[in-house]
Design a protein around this ligand. Structure first.
Ligand SMILES: [Fe+2]
Length: 291
């Protein structure tokens, strides 16, 4: 394929574009690779319809965007291809007959890592007819639309990100004491600078943020809640309705995402998952040191 074969169709929401005219099972040229990386920086969510990738093909396709990061939750990893994790309905606990899915509130993946994944990608293997959408919000636009007062306050603040915040709105996967000891805790800025575009974005993860450095807890969580409720407004959202065979990749430094447990627990929903390595998070305020 040539670069000119690529077709890019914005979703019509503030973020996201559908990319066609490419078969991700094949090698891509350097020109196409650079173009796709640029599109991810710009649109933050890319949708590649009808790819039907095997786990090995998914790994190769993922490498267009960078080196792959090993999966953290080893119990949800494919035996034959450990770089690929999976989300499967059959593993999910039920609460009062309702599914308890992972990722069911807006978050950015592994924000407690010193070098959180630059991007995460999913391949839809089995999708229920109704429900199970993934929602994304543009955290760059959310920052741009903050009041100048909130911009000024939040740009110089930092939060400790841990495996699970003491005020987490959801229960994260339980880890053994041994595994928990290996999980990093990292101080991250509330406003980050995108490594490629240089744009500012809010960096929030209510499941992992343990207060704000230098603030008392009441004030800290009040500010986190205010920023979070601002960022998850519908005007910043793209809601993805899945189709079988799609690959979707998103930029964890430009969006938050959330899963939905609103589908029939008897229906199968199964996706492969990979993560792309990224550099350490950088504060937007240049004169602010991380520690
Ligand atoms: Fe996630």
């Amino acid at each position: 394929m040539e670069l000119s074969d690529l077709q890019v169709e914005p979703t019509g929401s503030v973020i996201g574009a559908k990319v066609s005219g490419i078969n991700l099972k094949n090698e891509v040229s350097q020109a196409v690779l650079m173009e796709l990386r640029g599109l991810l920086d710009q649109y933050a969510v890319l949708i590649f319809p009808q790819q039907y990738l095997s786990p090995d093909e998914f790994v190769r396709a993922g490498r267009i965007f960078g080196s792959l990061l090993p999966q953290q939750l080893k119990k949800y990893v494919l035996k034959d291809q450990p770089l690929v994790g999976y989300n499967s309905t059959s593993d999910l606990p039920r609460k009062n007959g309702k599914l308890h899915v992972r990722g069911e509130n807006y978050h950015t993946d592994h924000s407690n890592f010193i070098e959180p994944p630059r991007a995460t990608a999913l391949v839809a293997v089995e999708i229920p007819e109704i429900g199970g959408d993934t929602q994304f919000v543009d955290t760059r636009l959310a920052y741009d639309n903050l009041s100048s007062e909130l911009k000024e306050i939040s740009t110089h603040l930092f939060s400790k990100h841990v495996h699970q915040s003491s005020r987490s709105p959801r229960e994260l996967t339980k880890l053994t004491q041994e595994d928990l000891a290996k999980i990093p805790q990292t101080i991250q800025p509330l406003v980050i600078r995108h490594p490629n575009s240089g744009r500012a974005a809010l960096y929030l993860n209510t499941g992992r943020m343990e207060g704000i450095e230098g603030m008392d807890d009441d004030g800290a969580y009040e500010l986190i809640d205010a920023l979070y409720s601002h960022a998850i407004q519908q005007e910043f959202e793209y809601r993805h309705v899945w189709s079988k065979g799609e690959m979707v990749i998103w930029d964890n430094r430009s969006v938050m995402h959330q899963a939905n447990a609103d589908y029939d627990p008897e229906k199968s929903r199964y996706l492969y998952r990979i993560m792309i390595e990224g550099p350490p998070i950088e504060a937007f305020a240049k004169n602010t040191l991380k520690d």
